[in-house]
Design a protein around this ligand. Structure first.
Ligand code: ATP
Ligand code: MG
Length: 223
């Protein structure tokens, strides 16, 4: 049985240097913004694989009802199916209690040999949270952080300084195609009866329709 994910549990066990990208998020639902930034980070940093890790109980999102983990996981799986360099891990969903990135990175570090380098990919909005998280120094020790640009969240020099001062020194900044897309926006669109076609993969679009997800307006918007 897969410990981390289906496709890449053996990565690096041949002793060759490998690079593994990790994309954390709520993915409620996954959209092309997530996929494009994972793909562009893969290309820019020569990552051998990118694993999407949907959060179980996101620490920062307790203010609104989250779609059941099984459905967010299913949508992630559908979205990566056509990319052999992508996979999904249920690591955080299977772990009881709150989701902490540091625990996930520790679990990945314990599984993979030392020749596998970990890269945690995060959007410009989320990176600021990460450096404020519990054990952010430990995160920085376990993985290199790649902060990708995101419309509406400018990574100003001041922001970058703030990040450095908080201790996560090894942050790489990557300019990716600007896609002003968010899961909040997709949820709101569905709730208002508007289309989300082309904002996510067709398979996810079909899944959302078939399961009737997001039809009821969720209290609380942007997160
Ligand atoms: P929500 O609106 O519910 O917060 P979201 O679109 O921000 O959803 P998350 O699951 O919160 O999606 O994000 C997962 C990761 O993807 C975060 O690191 C976030 O910064 C990044 N991300 C999400 N959308 C984009 C985007 N359009 N461009 C760049 N990064 C993004
Ligand atoms: Mg978000």
């Amino acid at each position: 049985m897969a410990r981390i994910c289906d496709r890449f549990d053996d990565l690096g066990f041949d002793g060759l240097p490998r690079r593994l990208g990790i994309m954390g998020g709520t993915f409620d639902p996954v959209h092309i913004g997530h996929l494009a930034c994972a793909e562009q980070a893969r290309e820019a940093y020569g990552l051998d694989a990118v694993v999407f890790v949907p959060a179980g109980v996101p620490v920062f999102k307790k203010d609104r009802p989250i779609t059941p983990a099984a459905e967010r996981l299913a949508m992630c799986r559908l979205s990566v199916a056509s990319n052999p360099a992508f996979d999904v891990s249920a690591l955080e969903i299977e772990r009881a209690g709150d989701t902490y990135t540091v625990d996930t990175l520790r679990e990945l570090r314990a599984h993979y040999p030392g020749n596998v380098e970990l890269f945690f990919i995060t959007g410009a909005d989320a990176v600021v949270h990460i450096v404020k998280w519990r054990e952010s120094a430990a995160i920085a020790d376990l993985a290199r952080l790649i902060a990708v640009t995101r419309p509406g969240y400018a990574l100003t020099d001041e922001r970058k300084r703030e990040i450095e001062e908080l201790g996560a020194f090894d942050v790489s900044y990557l300019e990716v195609t600007a896609l002003a897309i968010s899961s909040s926006d997709l949820r709101n669109r569905v709730a208002e009866g508007r289309s989300i076609r082309y904002l996510t993969m067709q398979s996810v679009y079909d899944y959302v329709r078939e399961r009737g997800l997001y039809r009821v307006p969720a209290p609380g918007g942007e997160a």
